[in-house]
Design a protein around this ligand. Structure first.
Ligand code: CA
Length: 227
């Protein structure tokens, strides 16, 4: 089954897309914002991403850049923006195709089929799901971390935190977001959990955990992964 990740904050459009895609036997995940999109892209490994450029939490072009840090998944941009600047920026950031709203469902489906066909026609190059740094490498598919030639054992919680951070390189991820993603919304005041787990991750990954090079704290705000 071809899996499509729909990234769109307009619930009516999401509903229309989900109904139409499911009717044609696509598997569909939907994300209402960029942060959810990046998390779902890593977790669900979609075959195609349909991406609205105007999202509530981040610019669509930044979502594209973040995805392109680790995946070659075809990205079909949906945008109400008519300007060619945005179109060029989206394509430069690594989008594969662009469709301007309002569009007909038939045209969208044709573009989607073309995007899938292009990847099927492409030579079998392994998907890049590796995050490589000078000190460690992370295989997002195999959920494996290697440092100094040895496997690093991470707990599921540590892995979940690390995955969110490294799939958003350079971006501040708020404490609240991490707590909600990893521990559920009811735990969103427990910032001490985060400190403990981030300290563990640094001990496992950083050469100098007291002066982290990769897992950066933004005091009072959250954390950021620097690749
Ligand atoms: Ca929008």
């Amino acid at each position: 089954m071809t899996r499509v990740l729909v990234v769109e904050d307009d619930p009516q459009l999401v509903r229309a897309l989900v109904i139409n895609l499911q009717a044609r036997k696509y598997g569909v995940d939907a994300a209402p914002d960029g942060a959810t999109a990046l998390r779902l892209a890593a977790a669900r490994q979609p075959d195609v991403v349909m991406l609205d450029l105007g999202l509530p939490d981040m610019d669509g072009a930044d979502v594209i850049k973040a995805l392109r840090g680790w995946t070659r998944v075809p990205i079909l941009v949906l945008s109400a923006r008519q300007g060619s600047d945005e179109k060029v920026a989206a394509l430069d950031a690594g989008a594969d195709d662009y469709i301007t709203k309002p569009f007909s469902m038939d045209e969208l489906l044709a573009r989607l089929r073309a995007a899938v066909r292009r990847t099927e026609d492409a030579p079998l190059v392994p998907e890049t799901v590796l995050v490589e740094t000078a000190d460690f490498s992370i295989d997002l598919l195999a959920k494996k971390v290697v440092r100094g030639g040895r496997d690093v054992r991470l707990t599921p919680t540590e892995w979940h935190l690390l995955e969110i951070l490294v799939t958003n390189p350079g971006r501040l991820i708020t404490q609240k977001h991490l707590l909600q993603e990893v521990w559920g919304a009811t735990q969103s005041n427990k910032t001490n959990y985060l400190r403990v787990y981030m300290a563990q991750l640094r001990r496992k990954l950083e050469n100098d955990p007291a002066h982290p090079r990769y897992l950066i704290t933004e005091p009072g705000m959250g954390y950021r992964y620097e690749g």
